[in-house]
Write a protein that binds this ligand. Sequence first.
Ligand SMILES: Nc1ccn([C@@H]2O[C@H](COP(=O)(O)O)[C@@H](O)[C@H]2O)c(=O)n1
Ligand SMILES: C[C@@]1(CO)OP(=O)(O)OP(=O)(O)OC[C@H]1O
Length: 159
Amino acid sequence: MIRIGQGFDVHQFARDRKLIIGGVEIPYEKGLLGHSDADVLLHALADAILGALGKGDIGKWFPDNDPAIKGIDSKVILEKVWQEAKKESFQLENADLTIIAQKPKMAGYIPKMREIIAGIIEANVEQVNVKATTTEKLGFTGREEGIAALAIVLLSKKQ
Ligand SMILES: Nc1ccn([C@@H]2O[C@H](COP(=O)(O)O)[C@@H](O)[C@H]2O)c(=O)n1
Ligand SMILES: C[C@@]1(CO)OP(=O)(O)OP(=O)(O)OC[C@H]1O
């Protein structure tokens, strides 16, 4: 059996916050605001996996009003979501992820993001594509108000 899932997330920029995307801390003048570490890419991916499993979204599993998970590392969120996939004997076929950001430049950090993500979801880096695009200065990402991310995953059930 194969299952497809998609995820989308947005976080706004804020001063005095770290910028963490795909598990990588990127040196930049601003970071992303959130109840967690606001890793928009891992959130989109976790949502895509939950979507493929038919298990809702990360807000349901990790409520943003729960003080116990304030500041949670999104790698922990992804690990827990992946455990749900494993419980049902799913493995990753491939994931295709897009970061939508006017700035900063992501290209140099993408190999590390792929490595971190593949490590968590027990895949090879070749199965995890990460790309980035600007919106040519248009819209909220173009005005550098925040960053968005998209994710699509294909999971298959082990025989
Ligand atoms: N934040 C970003 C945005 C884009 N890139 C890379 O630049 C290429 C050109 O982007 P356009 O939006 O102008 O098409 C894109 O293909 C990415 O490789 C990036 O690294 N970081
Ligand atoms: C991750 C969670 C939980 O800490 O908080 P945020 O960092 O605000 O992220 P968001 O993508 O808005 O929603 C999921 C939340 O429940």
